[in-house]
Write a protein that binds this ligand. Sequence first.
Ligand code: GAL
Length: 660
Amino acid sequence: MAGISLGCDYNFEQWPPAVWAEDVALMRTAGIDLVAVNIFGWASIEPRPGEYDFSTLDTIIALLHDNGIRINLGTGTSSPPPWLTTRHPEILPVAADGTTRSPGGRQAWCPSSPVFREHALALVEQVARRYGDHPAIALWHVSNELGCHNALCYDEASAEAFRAWLVRRYGSIDALNHAWGTSFWSQRYTGFAEVQPPRLALSLRNPGQLVDFQRFSSDALLDHYRAEAAVLRRHSSAPVTTNFMVTAHIRALDYWSWAPEMDVVANDHYLDHRLGDPDAELSFAADLTRGLAGGRPWMLMEQSTGAVNWQPYNLAKVPGQMLRNSLTHVARGADSVCFFQWRASAQGAEKFHSALVPHAGTDTAGWREVLELSTTLDALAEVAGTTVRAEVAILFSWESWWATDTEARPSQDVRYLDQVHAAYRAVRRLGVTADVVAPGTDLSRYRLVIVPCLHMVSDEDAAAINTYVADGGHAVVTFYSGIVDLADRVRPGGYPGAFREMLGVVAEEFFPLLPGHQVTLTGGATATLWTEHLRATTAEIVDRYADGPLPGVPAVTRNSHGQGTSWYVATALDDDGLRDLLRAAVRGAGVRATGPESDGSVEVVRRTGGDRSYVFVINHGRQDIEHPVTGRDLVTGEAVPGLLKVGAGAVRVVREEPLG
Ligand code: GAL
């Protein structure tokens, strides 16, 4: 599709025919380019087993097509209709405590159920055959947010599939016993038939089994995606994708393994007001999505115009916020901005979820902001296809997330994502653009690599980081990194095992802190959560604890390793402390900031392509700001002769060019 597309989910099944024409007319007014339909369509298009009725979907697709709107067509399999769960209750998911989850919500199916798979693929076959060649179909949307609710299923079908997965991974039961360390607590298996999913037990569960179950569960859903995609590809040449949930509260899917299977990477993002800094998390998610897309443009498949309905407190967006959120995604690589959903539902669990057309109708500030977004995206058309170039990489790993946040760890308050977010926030406050990439990525093009809490890391990926530094790179590693291998086995000889030599330090014991306790460093920063009994071997000591359980012990070190430099941060520095440390690392590495330092309220990101360059300046703050840039404002067309004024809460996008 040309330009930056604007789109939405259209759940027309919730509305009588009289509303459809009005909806499509309004979509034209709003400049909607792409509409997702049939996302929850199963009960409508297969009202009874094997009886298909496409009449309404045909009508809607024709209506959209006649109005020049392209279609993002759902396979419709995300939620089985009641006739299916009634006839086949064995497809229902089972929780870790062994209880079955009832239908009545959505996604009530076990990812490993052969019965569900058979019914779902039969539906996809019908949909793909009917619409595979339809000229309006721009994209296929497999299921919906696979694994949002049902990622971990502990029923018998899952147990069987888990065993088959383990046979493929380990080949022999001896290898599995070794990997899971089953000599401990008399857990040794004599055959795969004895292995179960890690259902709730009386005590702590086997951590190797837990992490493998996460891997298996991610693979099981990816396998479902592949099966649906294969049907679509037999009938259609349109691109195929599904909507990822790169977000703070879903961690079940290792999207590094999923991304290569997507024709275009798409993400759903909602501001999460349970977090300390939702705006920073939005930027992080966008950068991680760009990482998943291999740096190429990606789609924002869902966001909200205002409040959602599923957080404890569902905050509305203040004027300008929706525009800022949208353009932050675009600044960080999105070439389309889509929303859930078109018209606010009158009924159902999402009736208080915001939408492009609110309950109050179109004489509303919300609707006017949608129109403004539409005009803005049209003006940004030439940005489409350009990419973001960063000099800093932050490593991100779903496996480390699983392994860090597992049972039986030094501190339940050390949460992987918190540590990654802390590092990201600091970089963002420095005005520096970062890529978020997988461990194992070729790091040679980055001036600085940040390795936050990379607790679980393979020998190869650790070696890649160590070699990057030895070859002249700069790295910052934070605590609890490099501790275990992919089998969750501790690397012997002192922490942080995989990076000990590269960092020039060794720790003999962790000293986590109680909640509410804080330590002070001799340099003045404070820290919480974590300290460790660290000794510098070859590193120089940058800062020490002034108090707490380990006074005088190194807290921050810097090492020369080969041609490069590596920092180790052995504690959870406060935000300013981490920012100060990263500022030193950024400067030492010669990283050029894209924007000014701020408290996070100003974001400046550049997209480039060929000889074109666009600067996005997003001002989340309450003060007007000025940013040095020369070129032309893409929205107003005005010349920007060296200094751009960006009002409080505004966003401006400038094509950089010499002014004649
Ligand atoms: C997503 C989902 C949508 C809608 C939305 C509400 O998880 O894909 O169908 O439920 O959240 O925020």
